[in-house]
Write a protein that binds this ligand. Structure first.
Ligand code: IMP
Ligand code: MG
Length: 184
């Protein structure tokens, strides 16, 4: 039987090898930048989970993790409005901590803009952003990104944490959706 995801795949955009190579580089960079400092990786659920767990294995300095889940009220399916609500807050306070947000993708920037503004009211020592994917040409709000995996074109992608209507997050690569398969 053909795997279900194959019908939705137009093309592989980033292979498993390319992802792992880049995550290793980012892990090394973070390990150097935060050497001898506190480091809290803050993963944005659910999309950031695969990136987080692979990144953790490439960070060679002690660090902690926490999770934040948000939902955005979309104008339409697969569009972000910036009206964001926290549906699962962090377990611990972050005052005085070095927070590094680990996100799957930055698109318009509304979600991350809300999250960074919210976190900065909690008195962290620093808040930086690490995103696997950056759809730079879609940006509506300027977001300073500290670590970027890949800048990608304006195409809807799935796999490696990113979902297609909640499915296919488990795929080890990033694929472009076949536009014929989804109502856009
Ligand atoms: P933003 O607020 O527009 O930056 O939206 C960011 C969020 O939109 C991400 O965290 C994803 O959940 C979702 N998103 C944006 N583009 C894609 C995509 O191509 N595939 C899957 N999810 C996406
Ligand atoms: Mg997300």
């Amino acid at each position: 039987m053909m795997a279900a995801w194959k019908a939705y795949l137009q093309e592989k955009l980033i292979t498993e090898d390319a992802l792992q190579t880049r995550i290793k580089e980012i892990g090394a960079q973070i390990s150097a930048d935060y050497r001898d400092q506190d480091l809290l990786l803050l993963c944005i659920l659910k999309g950031g989970v695969l990136f987080l767990t692979d990144l953790m294995r490439q960070i060679t300095i002690p660090h902690e993790v926490d999770f934040l889940a948000v939902s955005s009220y979309g104008r339409a399916v697969r569009e972000s409005t910036g009206v964001v609500r926290i549906v699962k807050d962090l377990d611990e306070p972050i005052d005085g901590r070095n927070v590094l947000i680990v996100e799957d993708i930055i698109d318009t920037g509304h979600t991350l803009n809300y999250i960074t503004r919210n976190l900065s009211t909690r008195g962290p020592a620093s808040v930086k952003i690490c995103t696997l994917l950056d759809k730079a040409e879609r940006r509506e709000i300027d977001i300073p990104i500290d670590y970027t995996g890949f800048v990608i074109p304006d195409k809807f992608v799935f796999g490696f944490g990113l979902d297609l209507d909640e499915k296919f997050r488990e795929l080890p690569f990033i694929g472009v959706v076949n536009p014929g398969m989804v109502a856009e």
